[in-house]
Design a protein. Structure first.
Length: 411
């Protein structure tokens, strides 16, 4: 019936909009039939309602690209329906075109004030209906594309902003790390100067005396001083070399052997028995409930045990007690070594495990190096070392080892 209004060019240009869904609202069945036939010819999906209540229910439960709305309807006219649609943020973007025989200025103004985008005057002109419907659906889709683009751009901006913030944080962390490394380098050079200069003086001085007193009574004392100075230089050199290897190679530096960890601790205590006896110290060691099997670098862990227990011996009062407890929590096994000394000064607690920390404290210069060494060893074993003071004022060192399973305890 309406084929005389349709041209090939119109059909091709409008085919891209054919998937649009339209709600037709009119209380006149004939008007619905006429408009629906026109739009269906262009492959639009058309639903209809014969009153405002049904129209609002349709809109609330389905998606529509456009509403064709009759103005004059009983109970709820088109103006009221349009106002309700535009008040709801979920539907307000749906374009509303009024179908009306009233085209007086007041009615037109009222319609636009309600939120309508256009008017189609009865009796209907098929070309006008299709043209206006196409125009407003295309405008709606363009708005949606712009909105989607704006959201995409906002998402991209937020993502780039986050990436920039992460990059800035990494840069800031890198700068702080550089500052710390520079400070560590300065501290290391200071310690290096001290640790080398002191034993060198202990070598140079006795050598001068030896030159002048080759057969004198002071020879044994001088040789002892020389021996101690050389050993001190040797110990410092080896420790600096181990720290360098641990820093560069980490776990790759380890020579792992499966051992019973408590036995290694007992061997360390045995090697320190002379110092323990000299200070009349008691060792209160809580036995493990089960054997602790673990893969470690025996040499490095023995040295770490020696550092922790040796420090406790050094700062314990004569006749005091060193307590060695153990604890298993989830995948961690820990030794807790506690002495009855004066505890770590705050400056040491604040700077613990910084390389080459200088200061008079519970630890001396050598121990400052030893603490950093211990930290690197435990981290290479996927463990950790922590220090703290007890409520009674003593110092406490916690050595944590990773465990996969506790039976015995299997690692």
């Amino acid at each position: 019936m309406y084929s005389e209004w349709i041209t090939t060019d119109q059909t091709e240009s409008e085919s891209s909009l054919s998937a649009a869904r339209i709600l037709l609202v009119d209380d006149n069945p004939k008007n619905i039939q006429v408009v629906a036939n026109i739009l269906s010819f262009y492959k639009y999906e058309v639903e209809y309602a014969m009153n405002g209540t049904d129209a609002l229910e349709w809109i609330s439960k389905d998606r529509f690209d456009l509403v064709l709305l009759d103005v004059m309807m009983p109970e709820m006219d088109g103006f009221e329906v349009c106002q309700i649609i535009k008040r709801n943020e979920n539907f307000r973007d749906i374009p509303v075109i009024f179908l009306t025989a009233r085209y007086d200025p007041d009615s037109v103004k009222k319609g636009f004030d309600c939120g309508a985008v256009d008017y189609i005057i009865k009796p209907f002109n098929p070309v006008e209906i299709v043209s206006r419907v196409n125009t407003h659906i295309e405008l709606k889709r363009n708005r949606e594309q712009l909105s989607n683009l704006a959201r995409w751009l906002e998402k991209q901006v937020n993502q780039r902003t986050q990436e920039l913030q992460v990059a800035n944080q990494k840069l800031s962390s890198a700068m702080k790390e550089i500052e710390m490394l520079d400070q560590s380098k300065t501290e290391f050079l200071n310690i290096l100067s001290h640790e080398i200069r002191t034993p060198l003086n202990g070598i140079i001085g006795p050598l001068e005396l030896i030159k002048n007193d080759m057969a004198g009574d002071n020879m044994p004392v001088l040789m002892h001083v020389l021996d101690e100075s050389v050993r001190r230089l040797e110990k410092f050199s080896y420790k600096a070399l181990e720290i360098s290897n641990l820093q560069v190679k980490g776990r790759k530096f380890l020579h792992l052997t499966r051992i019973v960890l408590p036995e290694l601790l007992e061997n360390t205590l045995s090697s320190l028995s002379g110092r323990i006896a000299e200070q009349e110290l008691a060792i209160a060691m809580v036995p493990c409930k089960a054997p602790i099997f673990i893969e470690v670098d025996v040499s490095l862990i023995t040295e770490t045990f020696t550092i922790a227990i040796g420090n406790a011996i050094k700062y314990s009062p004569t006749g005091g007690t060193i307590t060695i407890e153990n604890k298993i929590e989830k995948d961690r096994f820990a030794y807790i070594i506690t002495d009855e000394g004066k505890g770590f000064p705050q400056v040491v607690l604040d700077k613990a495990f910084r390389p080459f920390v200088i200061g008079e404290a519970h630890i001396d210069l050598n121990m400052g190096l030893d603490l950093y060494f211990s930290k690197l060893v435990m981290l290479a074993h996927n463990g950790d070392v922590r220090i703290r003071n007890t409520k009674n004022g003593g110092a406490q060192v916690i050595l944590e080892f990773p465990l996969d399973k506790v039976d015995g305890v299997e690692a």
